[in-house]
Design a protein around this ligand. Structure first.
Ligand SMILES: Nc1nc2c(ncn2[C@@H]2O[C@H](COP(=O)(O)OP(=O)(O)OP(=O)(O)O)[C@@H](O)[C@H]2O)c(=O)[nH]1
Ligand SMILES: [Mg+2]
Length: 165
């Protein structure tokens, strides 16, 4: 898809975009924002961004839609994804947030969802909350990594391909 960029923020977002790339995601640019891992990943078809240089996505790929992907409950994704969304939106791209709701047993992380949603709603044009637990119920007996792969496949087919333009 021309003019579509996908940015993963934090560990979950980074894992997710790397899996999507492996699954053959078609997009103009893949970026990650994770200070701990970006250096190791950058260059292999992946660009490192932070909230300061997120406008790169517009400059380099002339993106019209940018998907910002993160898990909720850690620090990086929860707090930097809205900042990146805001910065990208300022460049004129449409921003769709895809955020993973933590598992119910991650109680303290779940408590951060409401604040994140409130924040992201101010920064993105649209936000989609994907509940990790729904997949565990839908695909019982799968390992965590198998479940994450299925989630990403679904995100690609039902959100990115449908909403990217
Ligand atoms: N769907 C999906 N969810 C994940 C994945 N990895 C982690 N999560 C969820 O995302 C939440 C946030 O975790 P991380 O992404 O590790 O947190 P982070 O944003 O890196 O934050 P810090 O490491 O604290 O800076 C977790 O509590 C899980 O619920 C993944 O690969 N796929
Ligand atoms: Mg992390």
């Amino acid at each position: 898809m021309k003019n579509v960029a996908v940015v993963g923020v934090g560990d979950c977002g980074t894992n997710s975009v790397l899996r999507l790339r492996k699954q053959g995601m078609d997009c103009e640019m893949i970026a990650v924002c994770d200070s701990e891992r970006a250096e190791k990943i950058e260059g292999k078809g992946v660009v490192a961004v932070d909230s300061e240089n997120a406008d790169l996505l517009k400059l380099k790929a002339n993106t019209s839609t940018v998907f910002v992907i993160n898990g909720i409950g850690g620090k990086t994704g929860t707090f930097l994804a809205p900042e990146i969304a805001k910065k990208v939106k300022e460049t004129g791209s449409r921003v769709v947030s895809i955020a993973f709701h933590p598992f119910p047993l991650e109680k303290e992380r779940c408590a951060m969802v409401a604040g994140f949603v409130e924040n992201m709603e101010q920064c993105a044009d649209e936000m989609i909350l994907v509940k990790n637990n729904d997949y565990v119920e839908k695909y019982p007996g799968k390992s965590m990594s198998e479940a994450f792969e299925l989630i990403d496949k679904d995100v690609y087919e039902n959100i990115i391909l449908k909403k990217g333009r």
